[in-house]
Design a binder for this molecule. Structure first.
Ligand code: PEP
Length: 258
């Protein structure tokens, strides 16, 4: 696990206008500096709405911050008559390092399926960015006890067409839908069970080297109080944080879990 640098990613969802984004990123950077955060040890990225990216870029570049940033979605199309869409090259041009694809809210409210998610992941990679590919089961599947198979199948489908090297460089986020925004966090053992199975699936479908290198995050009601126990699991390489990423102090405390 030493070789996999943990990643803490803050998904702001549809919150913060571009002025609020400037304040939040500045504050986060200050608090992390105050906590003597070691960016070599734990990478920190923020994932604001599209409309904030230019402001975040200006602040991050201008103040030479070590925080990276990414987008919450990307189009499968390169350019043209796709009103409302944002292309991968536009995001790369804005300095995005990451693109979240297949978040459960997009799967649920926008009907995104694994094939579309895989196509988006490839667009992000082709433009030089790292996809954060989200998978996770709903409560019905958890109650049925088929959550491990469900998530490994989602990984197969949502990374279809990626080479072993591309999978190695990608990030997978295991986010049980019943734990997102509910305050109901999975136990560290729950998180480990699925993250371990995902890594085994990557070894089987792609390669053992890809499985060793791919970072697998847990997401779902992560807070400062539960971050360390989740991060201590051998197959958990970071966290995708929603609600708590909007509070600089709380998010910084999650980043400083070690
Ligand atoms: C998310 O949106 O990816 C998420 C995990 O949200 P929360 O931390 O609020 O549960």
């Amino acid at each position: 696990q030493q070789q996999r640098v943990p990643l803490i990613a803050g998904n702001w969802k549809m919150n913060q206008n571009h002025q609020e984004a400037v304040v939040l990123v500045q504050k986060l950077s200050w608090v992390l500096q105050d906590k003597k955060h070691d960016y070599e040890r734990v990478e920190v990225t923020v994932v604001p709405p599209f409309t904030d990216l230019r402001s975040v870029q200006t602040i991050v570049d201008g103040d030479r911050m070590r925080i990276t940033y990414g987008a919450q979605d990307v189009s499968v199309h390169d350019a043209g008559a796709y009103t409302g869409e944002i292309s991968a090259s536009m995001l790369a041009k804005l300095g995005c390092s990451y693109v979240v694809v297949g978040h459960s809210e997009r799967r649920e409210y926008h009907g995104e399926d694994d094939a579309l998610v895989a196509a988006k992941a490839l667009k992000a990679i082709d433009a030089g960015m790292t996809p954060i590919v989200c998978v996770g089961e709903g409560l019905d599947i958890r109650n049925e006890g088929t959550h491990v198979a469900h998530c490994t199948q989602q990984v197969e489908g949502s990374l279809a067409g990626l080479s072993p090297d591309q999978v190695a460089e990608a990030v997978i986020a295991y986010e049980p839908v019943w734990a997102i925004g509910t305050g109901e966090v999975a136990t560290p053992e729950d998180a480990q069970e699925v993250c371990e199975a995902i890594r085994a699936q990557v070894a089987k479908t792609w390669s053992s080297q890809a499985a060793e290198r791919v970072r697998i995050l847990y997401g779902g009601s992560v807070k400062a109080a539960n971050a360390a126990a989740i991060m201590a699991q051998p197959d958990v390489d970071g966290a995708l944080v929603g609600g708590a990423s909007l509070q600089a102090e709380e998010f910084a405390a999650i980043c400083r879990f070690y």
